[in-house]
Design a protein around this ligand. Structure first.
Ligand SMILES: *Cc1c(COP(=O)(O)O)cnc(C)c1O
Length: 270
């Protein structure tokens, strides 16, 4: 957002949308339209099965490794929530999309280094991946210095209690002992809550590798219920990806982060 203090506006901005669409562009647009339709059908079926309204669940399209023009197509198809996991890629892409006049909500969903906070607060509408007290403090400081409005935050929790793979560690839900203070979920939640520029909206998690989705999201639901006793405003839950979002919806996800089912398989593993 260019009206934020000290935010770079110096990205080299591409020409998305300025040139007439060629055959390949049309084919890509049609492919994305079909994928969006298929994912919306899966999402509606999962909500019906869980006895939930389809509009309780926000579809976040994870566009990492994909060009800005895909974001513009998705927005035109009604998918206006866009997820990215690397600042180096997301910052110029957000500038490029903004230059077309397309408005989307940017969700930062990847592991965030403290030295990237300053950049991320300039374009992100929501950060899903706050998983340490030190990161919360750095993000709050970046908001104070470089952003006009507060930043919506989800605290990322570790489902298996192993902080090495990202996520703050809860005292409930798994067999691990007390976590180091910086990544203890209670501590991270408290740090976000007391920070002026951060608005705690909910929790986020990634299913651990090798876990059955049902086991992962059931464990997550126990952690979520425990957190909501102390933080009733912690209403959002970002969980579920292309292969397992139906299961996550069954366990209360309000935001599903879908990459490959919408955009196709990524050329490289991210
Ligand atoms: C890439 C990514 C996704 C989407 O993964 P798919 O399996 O392609 O749907 C979701 N969440 C995070 C944090 C990601 O990095």
């Amino acid at each position: 957002m260019s009206n934020n203090r000290g935010c770079s506006t110096g990205f080299k901005v591409g020409r998305v949308g300025e040139e007439p669409e060629d055959a390949a562009g049309t084919a890509r647009r049609m492919e994305l339209a079909g994928n969006v339709r298929a994912v919306r059908i899966r999402l509606a079926a999962a909500c019906a099965k869980a006895g939930r309204d389809a509009d309780e669940v926000t579809l976040v399209a994870v566009t990492k490794t994909r060009p800005a023009v895909d974001v513009v197509h998705l927005a035109a198809l009604g998918v206006g929530d866009i997820g990215e996991n690397r600042d180096q890629e997301a910052a110029p892409k957000a500038a490029e999309v903004a230059a077309t006049g397309t408005r989307v909500r940017w969700h930062f969903v990847g592991q965030l280094q403290r030295n990237k906070c300053r950049s991320v607060v300039c374009y992100a509408d929501v950060v899903h991946s706050v998983d340490s007290a030190r990161l919360a403090a750095a993000l709050a400081e970046a908001v104070r210095r470089h952003r006009e409005r507060p930043l919506d935050v989800l605290v990322q929790v570790s489902i298996d209690g192993d902080p090495a793979r990202g996520g703050a560690v809860s005292a409930v839900g798994h067999g691990h002992g007390p976590a180091e203070e910086n990544v203890a979920l209670d501590r991270v939640l408290a740090r976000v809550t007391e920070a002026d520029g951060l608005t705690l909206q909910g929790l986020m998690a990634v299913a651990p590798l090798g876990w059955e989705p049902a086991r992962a999201y059931e464990t997550l639901a126990v952690i979520v219920a425990d957190v909501r006793r102390d933080y009733p405003s912690c209403t959002l839950l970002s969980a579920g990806m292309s292969d397992d979002f139906e299961t996550a919806i069954g366990y209360g996800a309000t935001h599903v982060r879908v990459g490959s089912a919408l955009l196709g398989n990524r050329p490289t593993l991210m």
